[in-house]
Design a protein around this ligand. Sequence first.
Ligand code: 4AZ
Length: 836
Amino acid sequence: MERSDGKMRYNTQDPDGETSIQFLPTPDPKPVKKDKGKKWVVAAVVIGAAIIALVIGLLVWRFLKPTTMKKMYGGSMRITSATFQDVYEDSNSTQYQDLAGQVVSQLASMYQNSADLSKHYVGTSVEGFSEGSVIAYYLSEFNVPASQEATVDSAISTISKIRSRMANDAQSLSFDELTLSAVDSRMFQKKLTSKQKFTLHAKGDTPQEITSPGFLNSTYPSNAIILWQLRAARGNVIKLKFDTFMLDDDCSSDFVRVYDSLVEDESCLLAEKCGHYAPTEPVIFFSSGNVMLLTLVTNDEHSYPGFKAYFSQVPASTRECDADLRGSNGNFSSPEYPSYYPPSVDCLWNIEVPTGKYVKVRFLKFLLSDLGYTGSSCQKDYVTIDGQKYCGEKKDVFVVINKSNKMKVLFHSDKSLVDRGFLAEFEAFEPTNPCPDTFRCKNYRCIKPQLKCNGWNDCGDNSDEMNCICNATQISCKNGFCKSPIWKCDGVDDCGDGTDEMGCGTCQSGEVSCQNGKCISEKMKCDGQDNCGDGSDEQNCASVSVVPCTSLTYQCADQKCINKANAECDGTPDCEDGSDEANCDCGRQLFRTSRIVGGQNSLEGEWPWQVSLHIKNQGHVCGASLISDTWLVTAAHCVQDQDSMRLSQPGTWEVYLGLHDQNAKNIERVVKKYLKSVIQHPNYNEYTYDFDIALMQLDSPVTFSQYIMPICLPNPAHDFPVGKSVWITGWGKTQEDGKLAQVLQKAEVRIINSTVCNQLMSNQITSRMLCAGVLSGGVDACQGDSGGPLASLDIGRRYFLPGVVSWGDGCARKNRPGIYTRVTQFRGWIKEKTGV
Ligand code: 4AZ
């Protein structure tokens, strides 16, 4: 027996061998009777059993209890038995509360009548009223077992089909146009710890500013939902225009939603927007009535700066869109183009060209929302021409003709999800000669006759490349196309059916070919050994591992090499020391490339590493790229002394960062800097343009902004594969014998195989050069672009600098690609000179 302190407690072992716990009430205990002890034992067993049963019960309840979820449904109804009064805008007024009470009981009684809804119904809140006669907006909450979600959704959808109801007593309401739809669960997730709601009324014609909290001074609040209910006077619609739109890139949890309602009614959702929009890319929405709801939902990141928008009222009557279009040509567009078209509109254009001619309509841009719908039935927003519907997003220009001098074009938008709409031109043509002096594509586009059978899809529907007779030198693709022989075995499927890449390797079956032409056994691929001798058998392996260093491996800061050439800043830490993801504050394009701002003009802030190099008092001569807060990369030939000019001297130059328009240099976002030093590559050859690279050091560090940011430098092994699409940017000449551009230009080109390029460029291509372009001509860098970036968007959504604009044989000529300095060859030199 083990004794405690003898005062409080001890264990007794009774003759039956049972153990019990006794509390000693007094220092002098009475003898314990045997039958009393038994009672204690029984009691203890009963209590113990009860506790065990309770614990088991709780566990069973916890795990077998059906898990329930919160479901919210938002909607509106048009109350026909009431007339709108201004007090209905004041939620504290008795009139508001009376009517809200009636709406709540009306909805409650409808839910009670449904067996699938009544048991899960929690409550309804009225969120506002608007004119017409009175429209009530509400949110209803349900607590639904997960297994019953579909049943509840279907019961709600039955209710939302109630078209109208006449009151049969004084208590109930007469209403019609009822809507009810499940609110997106991100709008009421538990994480949203802060909720704010504002109600704003448009003041005459004066736009009112709305900003996300803390706009411009601080980050916007995290894990918050903010709602702005916007109202306009009767007979008006609301125009909401975003001036600045810069939210987090994570669109799943940080976004703005705009509703054509006063509540989160998904059937009236106009758009969900996230990320960044350039100031030149209008983000403007219109409501169909005199209310709108703007919402902001944020995630746990403290993002900056948020948005600034203006809202104003526009008379509904000015929004008529029907028109008669007469004459031989003209253009027309969906309402508010290039802003988002309003919901619930129908427009009819009656086109009539001179008698005897036929009508042709060319859609230059076409972006109609068909979200939530698949197939070609065009159920949401569409254009109808002669009974044929067109919808969705069309990447290429498309043409519709009518064999008469008249055409009716109809545009319809439904009540939710809007897009930018369309821009179209109409034209009369001779019935006997639809494409004068040009080739007529199957899709009725007219193209220059010399583009027929040139190996490129100029029509957009390949009809210019059909039924061609390939000449002896061309590749005859199995699908009937003829392609230039230079594309044979270049690693890119140019035919589209692989013909040009067939029979290229000489390796046997069971072998794979190395980049250096050697054949090795398939088993040696990704075995951690450099069997090829050039490391190419250890590239593109399923898992990243430490391998012997070669020219194709990435070297971590700890000097170990890994078999992932493009490991740096791709968002995945691959090196043991994490060095591949260090120093990655580069290459981010804050503004998305627009779908609609066409042509070659860049968006403001689209290429924040682009620098304009000016000779003092003379203007722009070359481009450069920002690689840190003090260093620029440019071309050596830009800083080569000339007879009259000391271009190698820092004092010759002034540099502009954050510049978009050469005629707008004195604005706040543009930073003008001078240079401390210029370093031309010592091996630069002014005759061959070999080693055409130079570095420039700013006299003081530049502060990064949304318009000024460095581009990422590729490590020596970084692979920019043949055929990859890359961007050239600059203020260079827009034609070989033309003028410099005023606004920063952009063009998309592709990396070209060096062997092919060397053949095209009379053997002038060295290993320090990289070729890129469009071999059919028409797209290229030109004089004045030199020194500027060739930018490649890589994994991790960052731009890298594969090349510096160097030289070419003229500009944009057919089969004459642009030649760029291959930056991977100079990574070590850049590091040595700049520390970057
Ligand atoms: C130049 O003179 C130049 N087509 C730059 C690039 C190209 C041609 C000329 C490429 O700066």
